[in-house]
Design a binder for this molecule. Structure first.
Ligand SMILES: Cc1cc2nc3c(=O)[nH]c(=O)nc-3n(C[C@H](O)[C@H](O)[C@H](O)COP(=O)(O)O)c2cc1C
Length: 452
């Protein structure tokens, strides 16, 4: 995230942490270069609209510990990072609930041009009442309705990205004085339940047209949405059986949506603390713990589930409440008895992702084991002390993965989609966007409309 404290809260106080420099381009360009040196596929930038004001019903702790506040727009830092890298891709989160599809589609098409096809969009719909108030609305839309709106938003984006310009519409022929061929640029028409639009998209096709689509919905409605639209899904979880089940469910739903079983890459969130040896890694973890703030983690968690956790004593079992926030995270309070103390213990570094600690070889073995046992496609690593945790991963873990033949030794050429799926730059024909691709046969109608 373009902020100080993202997942692992409190670590900004560590003397070696640099995340307070998040408002400087050099912080991002240095980070991008570290990741490209480590042959990372991409840098994922989460984002929220709003502030975590649920814990204690205020933003005091959120501000003191910089729990995603302040946080800046993630999109503007992409161009700078793209300029100093060649292969690293960028996953950017945008909450569509507060965007106009046209403006958003234009901004992302522009970024896909500038990165030469190294862009992904993490599609989110929001979960904070504070965001609604900031944009001048009373309260958050009902959970499932947010996904209905997202369906309509995406359909319209597909029309813009896939349906307005034919592949060879841009001619850039100076001699013939013909920049674009008017017969190959089409008006789109959209009359949806939430959005209407008609006209020509202002951006000619970028390398990928539609950026690679990420999603993290985990509720029944969220999963239906994710398996219909996403090409990559983030999941969480620390128990092998739980992760296996989630992977299986995603694969089944993907097939039910008429897509190939492997149409979606699944990435598991995890945190890694590594060092030259096992004991040095453990020492580092203990050292990090002295700076971490599990309580700030709870302030974040309160916002995610829409429940003020400050009202409970250490031994209180957290009750399940049907809130309008993240349904899938809330479910765990229905399924098990979890006390506040349990929850704090699940935030050893101020965040709730499972932590893998060890030498490069030990971490590599654990990651390979998780990968092989669960059927996931990769990992989404959260940062701890920044950029030290990335540097450690590149120095200690990646060579061990490479030695075991489980990590690339060079980048492939091409767009992010090509790198991930090796099936070209554009969305696969089984993706629902396919129906919105422009047909050259539409030309006649189109010409009539343009003249009207
Ligand atoms: C791994 C992961 C990453 C997420 N990243 C973001 C994010 O960056 N911004 C955001 O507003 N929501 C984020 N969310 C929450 C989603 O926007 C959404 O509210 C949640 O996935 C809804 O899930 P549900 O279908 O279970 O209700 C994330 C969720 C998960 C599980």
């Amino acid at each position: 995230m373009n902020c100080v404290g993202h997942i692992n809260h409190g670590l900004w106080t560590h003397p070696r942490d640099q995340s307070h420099r998040f408002n400087q381009l050099s912080y991002w360009t240095e980070l991008a270069q570290i990741l490209e040196k480590g042959l990372f596929d991409g840098l994922f930038l989460a984002d929220i609209t709003g502030a975590y004001d649920v814990y204690a019903n205020n933003i005091d702790l959120t501000l003191r510990e910089s729990v995603q506040l302040p946080s800046h727009d993630p999109a503007p830092v992409i161009s700078a990072m793209a300029a100093v890298t060649q292969h690293l891709s960028f996953g950017v989160t945008v909450n569509l609930s507060y965007e106009l599809p046209y403006q958003f589609a234009r901004r992302f098409a522009t970024l896909d041009h500038l990165t030469e096809g190294r862009l992904a969009w993490n599609i989110v719909t929001g979960y904070l009442d504070s965001a609604q108030k900031l944009v001048g609305q009373d309260r958050l839309q009902a959970h499932d309705q947010r996904y209905d709106q997202a369906e309509d938003f995406l359909t319209l984006c597909y029309r813009f990205w896939e349906g307005s310009w034919e592949d060879d519409a841009l001619q850039i022929d100076k001699q013939a004085r013909r920049f674009a061929d008017p017969d190959k640029v089409h008006y789109i028409q959209h009359q949806g339940p939430f959005y209407q639009s008609q006209g020509v998209f202002q951006v000619a096709p970028s390398k990928q047209r539609t950026p690679v689509l990420f999603q993290a919905g985990a509720s029944p409605r969220g999963l239906a949405f994710a398996t219909r639209h996403a090409e990559c899904i983030f999941i969480g979880g620390d128990k092998i059986e739980h992760i296996q089940k989630q992977v299986q469910k995603i694969r089944e739903l993907t097939v039910q949506q008429g897509r190939p079983v492997d149409a979606i890459k699944i990435f598991l969130g995890c945190t890694v603390v590594s060092a030259e040896s096992s004991s040095l890694a453990r020492d580092k973890f203990i050292e990090y713990q002295q700076y971490a703030s599990p309580e700030a983690g709870l302030a974040h968690f309160s916002g995610s589930i829409g429940l003020d956790l400050s009202q409970f004593a250490e031994d209180d079992v957290i009750p399940y409440r049907n809130t309008n926030s993240i349904v899938s995270v809330n479910q765990k309070f229905k399924q098990q008895d979890i006390t506040l103390a349990d929850l704090k213990a699940q935030h050893p570094l101020g965040g709730r992702y499972p932590v893998i600690i060890g030498s490069g070889a030990e971490v590599a073995e654990q990651l390979i084991d998780l990968f092989d046992q669960t059927g996931i496609d990769g990992f989404n690593l959260t940062r701890t002390v920044s950029p030290e945790s990335h540097l450690d991963f590149v120095q200690w873990v990646i060579p061990e993965l490479q030695q075991r033949g489980r990590y690339k030794t060079a980048y492939q050429d091409g767009s992010l989609r090509q790198k991930l799926f090796a099936q070209g730059d554009h969305l696969h024909p089984t993706h629902p966007a396919d129906q919105y691709r422009c047909q050259p046969s539409a030309q006649v109608n189109d010409q009539q409309q343009k003249r009207a």
